[in-house]
Design a protein around this ligand. Structure first.
Ligand code: MTE
Ligand code: MO
Length: 201
């Protein structure tokens, strides 16, 4: 499709190992949202901790009081675009989770987003040191269409696992499918293994 060449390119030799099979490099930062963009102010925003953890609620001030970190990550969407070296800022998952008391039976987490989107992760994928709650990208506050004021970013999995407008983390005894996972997408979604679809359908 000719128009695509304007917006996507093939990785060069130096980038090749970092681009998963079947992906092209996006020149801009595409917006991928199922349903409506959520308009949530910082004052309104809260992150609830539910399920197999001591219940807790983080306000925007609570989030800002946690250590702030910078990240340089690659982002891969299952619709076949990737972006390399994205500069983000936010709070490391491990830094926020240091304030959360998980119950021993917790094995997975469901992200619940404002607007109703959900997506699941095993705790071993969620608690990785490179994952973060993002509020800034390219030096600017994260815009509403990219999930501002706060989204999760899980760089090692396809981007549908990075919930925008994050509202609740619900800890689970077993992995359960979220929105796309119920609709045929893979439970884990590792891009280098091309874990796109579940094979359950
Ligand atoms: N709440 C919510 N989060 C979401 C989505 C969504 O539709 N709703 N789409 C996912 C998908 S498929 C991708 S590729 C990324 C896209 O993020 P972007 O729109 O900032 O590029 O967000 C993910 N997180
Ligand atoms: Mo996506």
């Amino acid at each position: 499709m000719a128009p695509q060449y304007k917006h996507f390119s093939k990785p060069d030799a130096s980038q090749k190992d970092r681009v998963p099979p079947g992906q092209s490099l996006a020149k801009g930062f595409p917006v991928l949202t199922y349903g409506d963009t959520q308009q949530i102010s910082q004052a309104q925003w809260q992150l609830s901790i539910t399920g197999l953890a001591e219940p807790k609620c983080f306000t925007w001030a609570d989030l800002m009081a946690l250590p702030q970190s910078s990240f340089d990550i690659d982002f891969h969407c299952v619709t076949r675009w990737s972006k390399l070296d994205m500069p983000w800022q936010g709070v490391r998952v491990t830094d926020l989770m240091a304030e959360v008391a998980l119950q021993p039976g917790a094995k997975a987490v469901m992200q619940h987003c404002y607007g109703g989107y959900t997506t699941n992760l095993l705790l071993e994928d969620f608690l990785r040191p490179e994952n973060f709650f993002a509020h800034t990208v390219y030096g600017e506050p994260l815009s509403a269409d990219h999930g501002g004021p706060l989204r999760l970013v899980v760089p090692h999995l396809y981007a549908w696992k990075s919930g925008k407008w994050l509202q609740e983390l619900s800890f689970l005894a077993e992995d359960e499918p979220g929105f796309w996972e119920k609709n045929g997408y893979h439970m884990r979604g590792e891009p280098f293994a091309e874990e796109r679809y579940s094979g359950r359908f």
